[in-house]
Each structure stands twice: as structure tokens, then as C-alpha cells.
Design a protein around this ligand. Structure first.
Ligand code: 6GU
Length: 255
């Protein structure tokens, strides 16, 4: 997959995608990331990329023409069709389901706004989709772009090794539940014991316990996710047992 990013801080995009799983994907050419700076496509002595908003008010608005020239240059760099995605708190909240869909594309172009925003006419004419990464405000779209790039990169074929396999992650298991707790050595520690079942060698019992923990955690922390989870009869029984134990004070789990 190829991801082009239009940003006034293309170095941030390059560097923030240079480490770990995403950096390795880029090194192995499973993912290409290229930044494009609208300032390189601005004209005049001052190379302006923004101006004051009509109607007054604080902040600056990004100009149409430098963005348009920058987008045209990015488009021409590769013939693959690419939707333009604008990262903005006004966008649709990003979900793992949308990440999975975007990850199948050969290419996408991300637009990062700065200042108060982007001239609405550019958005109407050139942007295919607006995405937010949550209900809080960032100073610009760059961090959100890095988040989206990470999420799609790790789903590209060959990026994760077996040990990193995505199938068990939160949202990726059956029903899109939260992940279960994990433990490693030592089995006994001043802060608590590893649950006996995980040391039992009984793989069916371990799978059942993990499923129950996923169900219980999702119920405690993200009950909204359970509505969409399509729980089986077996799931409901596991969750019912978790709730009974929780009500009896058997779990230290925080809501
Ligand atoms: Cl995508 N951009 C900005 N600037 N702030 C955000 C966001 C995006 N998502 C949540 N907050």
C-alpha cells in the first residue's frame, strides 16, 4: 500500500512512521509513505499557505490553491486511484472495521489540516472522506494521520510475524471484543498470582477463560461494544458467570 500525506510538517510524518512495526513495513517496501508540503506549491515571495477567515474570528484557514497544486503533484506520482481522506475532529470516528476496509486499498492520500481548518471549498471538491480519531482536539491532523497509518500498516500482508499476529487483538477477535489479560513469569509475585487455569495445560479451559475475560472486560469497560457483538449462547453463559463472580466481589477488575 502507498500512503501520501499532505502536511505542512512532512518530516513529522516521515519520522513518526519510521519505528517499530510501521518502520519495518516501510523498510521491507510493504508500505510506502511519502509526505507532500503545500508550502512547496505555494506561490509569491511569502509562499503563503493560509489566510484570515472571511467573517472574522481567530486563527487562519488553509488556502485552496497551494493544497490543490500539492494534491495534483501527489496524484501524478502514482497512477493508482487514491481516495483523499481529511483528518479532522469533524470526521466520522475511526473504527477497526473502517481500518480493515482502508487497509485493502492500493493507495490513499491523507490531508492534515493545521490552524483553524481548510477552506470548505477544497474539502467539498477534493475530499472523499473525513475521519476523526476521537472526541478530543489535536493541534493538527499529523498525529491522527500517524495513527491511521499505523493501524492500516499492521494489517498489510506480511507485516506482522506470527508472534505479533493481529487476530487476538482487541476488536479483532470474534465479535470485536476487548482483549483478555496476559501474564508472564514469575507465576507468583508480591502483586499477585497468575490464574491457575493458565498454568493447567488444559487448552480448552484456557480458551474458555480467555473468552470469558474478554466478555467480562468488554461488559465492564465498553458495554456499548456488546450490543454489536452478536454473542452466542455459550458466550452469554460465560458472561453470566463472570457477572455473578463480579457481583460477589470476586474480581479486582475496575470499570
Ligand atoms: Cl483527525 N484532527 C485533529 N486536529 N484533532 C482531532 C482529530 C483529528 N481526531 C480527534 N481530534
Amino acid at each position: 500500500m502507498r500512503i501520501d500525506v499532505i502536511s505542512l510538517f512532512p518530516e513529522f510524518i516521515d519520522q513518526s512512521t519510521g519505528f517499530g512495526v510501521v518502520g519495518r513495513a516501510r523498510e521491507r517496501d510493504l508500505l510506502q509513505v511519502q509526505g507532500w508540503n503545500p508550502r512547496d506549491h505555494a506561490t509569491g515571495n511569502y509562499r503563503r499557505v493560509d489566510d484570515r477567515p472571511f467573517g472574522g474570528g481567530p486563527g487562519m484557514v488553509m488556502l485552496i490553491e497551494p493544497l490543490r497544486a500539492c494534491l495534483d503533484a501527489a496524484r501524478v506520482a502514482d497512477p493508482a486511484p487514491a481516495p483523499v481522506v481529511y483528518l479532522t475532529p469533524q470526521g466520522r470516528p475511526l473504527t477497526q472495521a473502517r481500518v480493515r476496509e482502508l487497509a485493502t486499498l492500493p493507495r490513499m492520500i491523507l490531508l492534515c489540516g493545521r490552524y483553524e481548518g481548510v477552506d470548505e471549498r477544497f474539502l467539498v471538491n477534493e475530499v472523499d472522506e473525513e475521519i476523526s480519531i476521537g472526541d478530543y482536539v489535536l493541534s493538527g491532523g499529523e498525529l491522527a494521520a500517524a495513527v491511521l497509518i499505523d493501524a492500516v500498516a499492521r494489517l498489510q500482508d506480511g507485516v506482522l510475524n506470527d508472534a505479533e499476529s493481529a487476530a487476538q487483538d482487541s476488536f479483532e477477535g470474534e465479535g470485536g471484543l476487548l482483549d483478555c489479560p496476559h501474564y508472564t513469569h514469575p507465576a507468583s509475585h508480591a502483586w499477585g498470582e497468575v490464574p491457575d487455569v493458565l498454568r493447567s495445560g488444559n487448552h480448552a479451559a484456557i480458551a474458555r477463560w480467555r473468552r470469558q475475560q474478554s466478555l467480562g472486560r468488554t461488559w465492564l469497560r465498553r458495554p456499548d461494544l456488546l450490543d454489536e457483538a452478536g454473542l452466542s449462547k455459550a458466550d452469554r453463559k460465560l458472561l453470566e458467570a463472570f457477572r455473578a463472580e463480579h457481583a460477589a466481589g470476586g474480581k479486582a477488575e475496575q470499570p
